[in-house]
Write a protein that binds this ligand. Structure first.
Ligand code: GLP
Length: 244
């Protein structure tokens, strides 16, 4: 696992943008795994403002709230349309269908999409409790796309986007940890002090299903890009950290 520590979210987003740009220009990017949340917004802004052409790229998102339609302003499908897809055309885009009636069929459908389109770069954010996608602490590292229950802490974190806490969906569809780990490259972004504990557990903690992102320690091409605030608890004497 490579760990890059940057001054702030803008710089971190530029580093991630350049990784995507280099792969795209060298013809090695065909499928881009995408994430939602406030963390990747600056990266998506750089992508939309760039002259890069994504019209041959397939975008596959991590997750979606169960029960929200793609037109609901807090659905992840809506978020992606607003912040990226309507501004930068992709060849195809995929987000789980939050309104799918049969969860098993929806998960199989999504796994099939992932199997047929291996992800070249997977962008990730991280929850304050260490979740990736919506894979909460305790999720098996062998999981594929599933319908999951959100933990109280995730509902608490995400209520800021809804009018009230009881409007936050309690379930979601998410790519599993095994599905995420199958990506050739993984880039996890973490900005702000609220992520410091999660980043410590991801980078310096034991590899444990209690800290979902710690699985990235076992991936051959995983990069964590965090700002100084999110890196606050790391042992900065370590030569393994790259400062940019
Ligand atoms: C949600 C998403 C995650 C995301 C996390 C962090 O729970 N399912 O994929 O990483 O939020 O969000 P933020 O970037 O807003 O802190």
């Amino acid at each position: 696992m490579k760990v890059i520590i940057v001054k702030d979210a803008q710089k971190g987003s530029e580093v991630a943008f350049n990784m995507i740009k280099n792969q795209l220009l060298s013809g090695e990017l065909h499928v881009l795994g995408l994430a939602t949340g406030s963390t990747p917004l600056k990266l998506y802004n750089l992508m939309t403002k760039s002259d890069l052409d994504f019209s041959n790229i397939i975008g596959i998102n991590l997750d979606e709230y169960k029960g929200l339609s793609k037109d609901h302003d807090q659905s992840y499908a809506y978020f992606m349309k607003e912040n990226l897809f309507s501004k930068k055309p992709f060849k195809e885009t995929h987000v789980p269908n939050g309104l799918a009636e049969n969860a098993e069929i929806e998960c199989k459908r999504y796994d099939e999409i992932i199997k047929n389109n291996p992800v070249d770069i997977q962008i990730l954010g991280i929850g304050t409790n260490g979740h990736i996608g919506f894979n909460e602490p305790g999720t098996s590292f062998d999981s594929h796309t599933s319908e999951v229950e959100l933990t109280e802490s995730t509902i608490e974190d995400n209520k800021r986007f809804f009018e009230s806490k009881d409007l936050v969906p309690t379930k979601a569809f998410t790519k599993g940890i095994r599905s995420i780990m199958n990506a050739k490259n993984i880039v996890l972004l973490a900005f702000g002090e609220a992520k410091a504990n999660a980043i410590f557990n991801t980078v310096e903690g034991p590899v444990s299903e209690q800290a979902p992102a710690s699985v990235l320690q076992t991936h051959s091409n995983a990069t964590v890009i965090c700002d100084e605030a999110a890196a606050k608890l790391l042992n900065k004497e370590s030569a393994e950290y790259i400062y940019m």
